[in-house]
Design a protein around this ligand. Structure first.
Ligand code: ADP
Length: 190
């Protein structure tokens, strides 16, 4: 089993790249953002709580997303591995993921971090707001809070994976295909 994490700030292109990698490497894509948006659409209790937090640009509680991930992993025994997208987003989630995989005798093979700066994050999200109907992309204050949350809570994960020897950073500026080729170059070696 090989499991990968697509890491990076909001709007870096994690979801786009993960979807392309699924086809090439026969992995299953798990996006906590997509799972949460599914809950919102179905108007579940969890969805109603998550909606407020997402639209404020805050994170959903760790135990909620950890539960979703546990569930996803347990319900897909047939896959060769997972690509986690948008998870982990806190140190606590990173440790929980290691624990969930360790119970199965597995581990993360590598973290691929798509690096773009804050100005590009804003530009990408502005562009996405025109083509996708995501409330959290439309409001400037929400986007600013997502960027702040990324720096405060998510970025510290980089060191966690660097210490584990699992961190691979790539330049996120370029065409979708350029970035895909950079990522494939890393995954093929892991
Ligand atoms: P993006 O990468 O563009 O920020 P996502 O679809 O990954 O978008 O996430 C959208 C929102 O869903 C986040 O801003 C956050 O509120 C919530 N969310 C997604 N994944 C997590 C997570 N692992 N932990 C906590 N909240 C999450």
């Amino acid at each position: 089993m090989k499991h990968f994490i697509m890491f990076g700030p909001p709007g870096a292109g994690k979801g786009t790249q993960a979807a392309m990698l699924v086809d090439k490497f026969n992995l299953r894509h798990v996006s906590t953002g997509d799972l949460l948006r599914g809950e919102i659409k179905r108007e579940t209790e969890l969805g109603l709580k998550a909606k407020k937090l997402i639209e404020a640009g805050s994170l959903v509680p760790d135990e909620v997303v950890e539960g979703m991930i546990k569930n996803e992993i347990a319900s897909h025994p047939e896959v060769k591995g997972f690509i986690f997208d948008g998870f982990p987003r806190t140190l606590e989630q990173a440790a929980a993921l290691d624990g969930i995989l360790a119970e199965r005798g597995e581990e993360i093979s590598g973290v691929i971090s798509i690096i773009i700066d804050d100005e590009m994050v804003k530009a990408r999200i502005r562009h996405r707001a025109e083509i996708e109907d995501r409330k959290d992309d439309m409001d400037e204050a929400t986007v600013a809070n997502r960027i702040k949350t990324y720096h405060d809570k998510t970025e510290p994960i980089i060191d966690y994976y660097k210490k584990a020897g699992k961190y691979n950073g790539i330049d996120g500026v370029g065409s979708i295909d350029d970035i895909f080729n950079r990522i494939c170059g890393i995954i093929e070696k892991l």
